[in-house]
Structures are given as structure tokens and as C-alpha cells.
Ligand binder design. Sequence first.
Ligand code: SF4
Length: 233
Amino acid sequence: MGAELDAGGLPWEDRSPMDYRTTKAFDHFLSGLAQAERDAALRILRDETEGIRALAPGPGRAQEIHRRVDEALARFAGMRPDVVGQVRCGKGCAHCCRLWVGVTCDEAALLAERVRAGGAHPDAARMAFQATWASPADFIGKPREEASCVFLGPDGACTVYEDRPSICRAVLVASDPEACRDGDLSTRITAVINPYVEVLVSAALTVDAATHPPPAPGRHLATELLAALNPPQ
Ligand code: SF4
């Protein structure tokens, strides 16, 4: 993850050098493009990043990005019903809710706000021990109950669906859901990549990292939520 767009060599001018935090899916999309298309995609990333950077930080910015992601998903569904029609994800599947879930500070603040208002009830025990897991590898091979997202309900449905992070919105697969079961993101899984959604998620991660440098390998939902609910006095 990560694309040094300020490293020179690009044929377009970048007036605000920044270490862009691109998603793996966006990197994969870029790798299949010709140079001119790649430059155009990177210009869009730069513009969306500047657009997000202009928004006031906090829960409201997370909601606005979620709105833009949902809009991009709907637009893609309208343009490519053939591709979106192959998506196999559905309510209650939730295999991807037992993997590392990345968030931005804004998203953690949004979820914490909802918890404080009584609109969500994360599993406190799970949140505490997942906050000690330092990397995505820590989630692999763990009992399903332990690795489940703190907001995953007993019926396999998300209990904060309207406020779920962008990454939860972006992940779609066209392969057999059972291939996702063990958390092994192998070639058995066919991901449906929505380029514009990946641009938005990458732009949000870039602005987040520029504001508050994240720990490696990124911010995890449980850790950030715990910190947002217990700010230092
Ligand atoms: S926030 Fe919701 S959709 Fe995202 S991992 Fe947690 S339960 Fe799943």
C-alpha cells in the first residue's frame, strides 16, 4: 500500500506533494492501465484528496465520505450491471467481518459518537483483546468468535450498517462466499474492484495519515474505537 506521487517522474504537476495511501485494490487497478490512463486516475486521486482535505475533520467528514462512496457504488451498479450482478456478498455472510478492519480517525469518532448516544453496543471484551492485536495476521486462524468485528451481531448482520467504515462498503466479491471463510485472501477469491470507490478510500486514508500519522500497518477498528471512547484526560 502507498504510492509516492511526489517522487518525480510523473508527467503531471503535483503542487501539494504528499505520500498517498492507496489501497491494494487501487494499486492493482493502476497496474493494469496504460500510462495516460494511469496519470488520469492519479489526477482524480489528487483532486479527491484535496476535496476531502477541505472538509472539516470529524464524524461529519466520515459521513460525507460514506455518502460519496455509496454514490460511487450506485453509479457503478448503473454502469456495469453485468459486473455488479455477479456479486455474491449478502447479509449474514460476514466472513470479511472477521478480518482486520481498517478505519480513519473520523470513522472511529463517528462510531464512538454512536456508541455514546446508545445507538450501538460493541462487544467490550472482544474490543479489549482485539486492541492488543497489532497486525492483520493476528486475525487469521483465530476462533471466529474472537476475530469477529465488535459490531457484528449474532445473526451475522452489521449493527452499525449506516455508519460502517468505507472499507466495509468497498469490499465485494464475485466468488463463492465460502472461499472467504478462512480469511485466506488467496486466488480463490475474485474481488470486484470499483475504481472510483478505491480512489475515495485512498484519498480518505491519505488525508487521515497526513493529519494523524497512523501506526504500521494502519488503524484497526477495535483499537481506534477504544481510544476514541477513552480519550486521555
Ligand atoms: S463495521 Fe459492520 S460491516 Fe464492518 S466489519 Fe464490523 S460488522 Fe462488518
